[in-house]
Ligand binder design. Structure first.
Ligand code: PA5
Length: 461
């Protein structure tokens, strides 16, 4: 009850903040569905040019610069888009790479594509992320060797509008040739996981998704999520109930289970959104800076170690997998179902005399979702269902916006900064140190030297 009361205090507060101090607090992602028409037109014209000229596009990026694109591709492109030319309707194949350091996948991709017919997009806010940077170096070299001296015209970077290694490269190359190494800006201060409506636009336009519809859905969700009354605000309600169950009942695992194959990658995207935004060691303190603006600071004196653990799965496939644990394992989870009411296509089981015969797959998958819900309720396992009329740009835009707002609200309730990711720095720093990066902060180098990774042989079997 205490938390519910707090929710009604906190949420209108966030709405006011949303209007006042977008940039300072990293909330400007909430305005992305209102982007101006000029950005839109520029993205579309580049996308049309790429779609006309190239047989394939490779997009390099990791984390937020990858998962949104994967989610959009699976949800909004025709299924098996890359595999079947007929489904693509003359649009290029679209591959994502640079989201790992696995040499096998990158090599296989480059081996099988023609550099003269491939366009390269590199997405990185910082321009420094090791995975993206390494993959870009390899892919650029491959283009250089295979596409001729004007290979730079086959490269576009989506990056910070002003600073960073990638932005500097774009600026330098553009001075030499304005058609080479073009750049599209990422909104300043927006983390990758909140930027599908920004960094994902070029991809959406290339594969032929109606972006206006996507934004219309997001805008309609925004108006619903701006309501001060908790009972009609879906994102606030979602955040409040999940936080209460987490804080008061120990439901620390967030299982995202769309009943749709094409939404599995959206569940993966949500796993990153929740995990990276809310899994925090320190609480947040709000301070006033010299210009009288609010600033969110990490409160090192307030160790909270909070955040629900996301698990992404999908029905019906995972009913034959982790669902056993969900039903009978530790009762520490909340399942979110996404139920799709209308699919793009329909399939009917042929024949007669069998209970499945004559049934549509839509009927069967919806029944499977209902059955799973029933089974969870029998075991007193909390769950909720998001009903999606169809997986269209409009409803998918609304779904993403809903999750972003719900995560923002949950961050408010947990009193953490949902827009940073200090925990990710640990592995990066260690890697950079071991690779001999110049200018490492003294404190970090000392920490690594003083606490080396020691493997005690007696624990090695
Ligand atoms: O959500 C985020 O901000 C992160 O997941 C980043 O997108 C990810 O770390 C990649 O960073 P960058 O875009 O700077 O290469």
């Amino acid at each position: 009850m205490g938390l519910l009361r707090k929710s009604s205090r906190v949420f209108p507060g966030l709405s006011a903040r949303r209007r006042r101090i977008w940039i300072k607090l990293g909330l400007e992602w909430a305005r992305l569905p209102w982007q101006d028409k000029a950005t839109f037109r520029r993205v579309k014209s580049i996308a049309n040019e790429i779609a006309k000229k190239y047989a394939a596009v490779i997009s390099l990026g990791i984390g937020g610069s990858y998962l949104g694109i994967r989610a959009a591709q699976d949800a909004l492109a025709p299924p098996y888009y890359n595999e079947f030319a007929a489904s693509r309707k003359k649009r290029p194949q679209f591959f994502c790479e640079g989201n790992n350091l696995d040499p096998d996948t990158l090599r296989a991709l480059l081996k099988n594509l023609n550099p003269k017919k491939t366009f390269l997009i590199v997405i990185s806010k910082s321009g420094e992320t090791a995975e993206t940077k390494a993959a870009f170096a390899v892919a650029e070299d491959w283009l250089k060797k295979g596409a001729g001296i004007r290979y730079g015209r086959q490269i576009l970077a989506v990056t910070d509008p002003e600073s960073g290694a990638l932005r500097n490269r774009v600026n330098a190359e553009q001075k030499r040739d304005s058609l080479s190494f073009r750049g599209l800006p990422l909104l300043k201060g927006v983390g990758g996981r909140f930027s599908e409506f920004n960094m994902g636009l070029l991809h959406l336009a290339i594969i032929g998704v109606d972006i206006a519809e996507l934004f219309a859905g997001a805008r309609e969700m925004s108006s619903r999520c701006g309501a001060a009354d908790l009972s009609v605000n879906p994102a606030a309600m979602y955040a409040a109930l999940h936080t209460i169950l987490y804080r008061k009942k120990g439901k620390a695992i967030a299982l995202m289970m769309p009943f749709s194959e094409t939404l599995k990658a959206t569940a993966d995207w949500y796993a990153q959104l929740l995990g990276e935004s809310l899994g925090k060691k320190c609480g947040r303190k709000i301070a006033m800076n010299r210009s009288g603006e609010e600033e969110w600071l990490k409160d090192e004196t307030n160790i909270v170690n909070v955040g629900r653990t996301p698990v992404s799965c999908r029905g019906t496939g995972d009913l034959h997998s982790i669902q056993q644990n969900n039903i009978e394992g530790e009762n520490n989870k909340i399942t979110t179902f996404i139920r799709v009411e209308k699919f793009r296509d329909e399939v009917k089981v042929p024949g007669k005399g069998d209970i499945l015969a004559g049934r549509t797959f839509t009927r069967l998958i919806c029944l499977a979702q209902e059955a799973t819900e029933w089974a969870l309720v029998q075991e007193s396992r909390p769950n909720c269902t998001i009903i999606m009329p169809e997986v269209s740009p409009y409803h998918w835009g609304a779904l993403l916006y809903f999750f972003e707002m719900a995560t923002a609200f949950e961050g408010e309730l947990l009193e953490v900064n949902a827009y940073d990711q200090p925990g990710v720095e640990g592995y990066k720093n260690y890697m950079y140190y071991r690779l001999g990066r110049a200018g490492m902060p003294e404190a970090i180098s000392r920490k690594i030297e003083n606490h080396p990774l020691i493997k005690d042989p007696k624990f090695i079997v």
